[in-house]
Design a binder for this molecule. Sequence first.
Ligand code: FAD
Length: 582
Amino acid sequence: MYMEILDFDIVVLGSGIAGMTSAIHAELAAGEKLRIALVSKVHAMRSHSVSAEGGISGVLYPTENKDSVLLHGYDTVKGSDYLADQDAVEMLAENAPKEIKFFEHLGVPWNREENGRINERPFGGMSVPRTAFAADKTGFFMMRALYDEITLHKGVEIFHEYIVTALLMDRGRFVGLHAIGLKSGRQVLFRAKSCVIATGGFARIYGFATTSYSSTGDGIALAYRAGLPLKDMEFVQFHPTGLIPSGILITEAARGEGAYLRNSKGERFMERYAKSKMELAPRDIVARAIISEIEAGRGLRNKESGLEYVHLDLTHLDSRKIDEKLPMVRDITTKMLHLDPSKDLIPIRPASHFTMGGIHTNINGEVMAGPSGKTADGIWAVGECACVSVHGANRLGSNSLSQCAVWGRIVGTAIAKHAKGSWKITTEAARELSAEEENRITDLTERKGSEDPYEIMKEMQATLDKNLYVYKTVAGMKRAIKEMRKLRSRYADIYIKDKGSVYNTNLRDAIEIGNMLELAGVVAECAAARKESRGSHYVLEYPERNDKKWMKHTIAQRSIRGTRISYIPVRINKWRPEKRVY
Ligand SMILES: Cc1cc2nc3c(=O)[nH]c(=O)nc-3n(C[C@H](O)[C@H](O)[C@H](O)COP(=O)(O)OP(=O)(O)OC[C@H]3O[C@@H](n4cnc5c(N)ncnc54)[C@H](O)[C@@H]3O)c2cc1C
């Protein structure tokens, strides 16, 4: 089939909050002089970011809230179980307030206090209320504002529903992206001087997950396949309150507004695990507390799914507060379970939610070429797909949207400068690499394999749900590695039922499943290699954090023998590691 070639100065891969923010800042920095492509496998407004609920962190009123940038930094580093790079955390805390105001100017309707100030709510692991919000639909309103804004930027062309299948690099330099236009079935080569990867996380490798179905980690898998290093892939966050049996998120804002967690005896069990913070302890601690209660026989069981759970209790909250600040909680519980949160208890258990690991970048969002030293030419990564790292071993809720906004500006501005420089689009190498990828896709579609990719996905998710969940064991991690290897070799023999070209969702799904499988293997290998417990990574045989041996970032690179693991130091410039008590 004839391949289409499109030339741009910059290609931004992903149109969530991170991608759209980067594209807007690139254009603001360069004027309309640059041609920017914004490529998304779903319609831009269906990007996962629209489902962000509880809010965005940033110190807006230090005096009134008894807050400071320093305290935001400290909370984030402690929340990360001391694995975050502290200079990056300082950058996050310093710049987040400015970005909340930037979104205010774009038109986000932040909830306000009677005196007109932006309302900030408490969130897990934060010492004081510092999470700005637009009811419990923050992501939707931020995305709406970005989308309205971006359509005014004439230099940005949006390619909705183009799935990128390969990151093309020639001798360490970015040369283009290979994509399939889902509507036409045409394969496309996007050539550009530079690229921003903003493809989100990969929490969908698990079956019981809160994220959208498109959170399959494609950009991270593409980077890995192109030889680029990934960082801290073993750290997957389980959000304490995934609704039974679907996994749909009940936002942490519910606990921020005062909801309790109760076991089958009706006890507020968090007293046993985090006496001072209770339900607002960081997510890793709350998730472990829930599973501990269940394992101690103080949980309940859902007949339909067999899932065990505890209750989230909002019944003591004023019904008007639920309508004003948590309308989506009411919507979700009413529609999914016919429950009224003002009267009924909500069944929940921890669900895979966010991936702290991702593409290894430096503090400026430039993608690294190896564990340390040089950066890859012409590639940046931003948002959940990037590991800067500000979340370390455990992210604090509401710090992701600030990360997307802060590094969206940093990366957008830097990439505009790069594209305005003397770089030229590399034509021949891109065309050759793209032709190879075209053949691979054609072969994938036409081959007569015997394996159903959806079966492989189900088995992958079931294995991870069982063996790489809130509490891990050495045997479970080994089982997961073995199983992922088997599934990868079965994947090599898959068939695509739909041989058509228009909206071939069967082909798209198979590509995504291949990406998830690749990353699931890396997660399992990195997890098994880390012989300690830190943040979201808790191993029963190694229950303690071991700073002497393991205060280091994991780097994973693809090699012919599988995943090559190495380690680099954590940047600690302000807060000495302490015991994490809440
Ligand atoms: C239910 C839920 C609620 C949350 N609430 C909050 C919150 O209140 N506060 C907070 O801080 N965090 C929250 N988070 C986390 C936060 O939503 C995400 O971390 C953040 O939105 C990620 O944004 P992003 O721009 O990096 O990626 P995404 O929004 O995931 O966007 C990824 C983009 O990449 C595109 N893409 C991916 N692969 C390809 C491909 N192969 N080809 C082409 N395009 C591709 C997608 O189409 C999409 O446009 C929440 C998470 C969940 C699951």
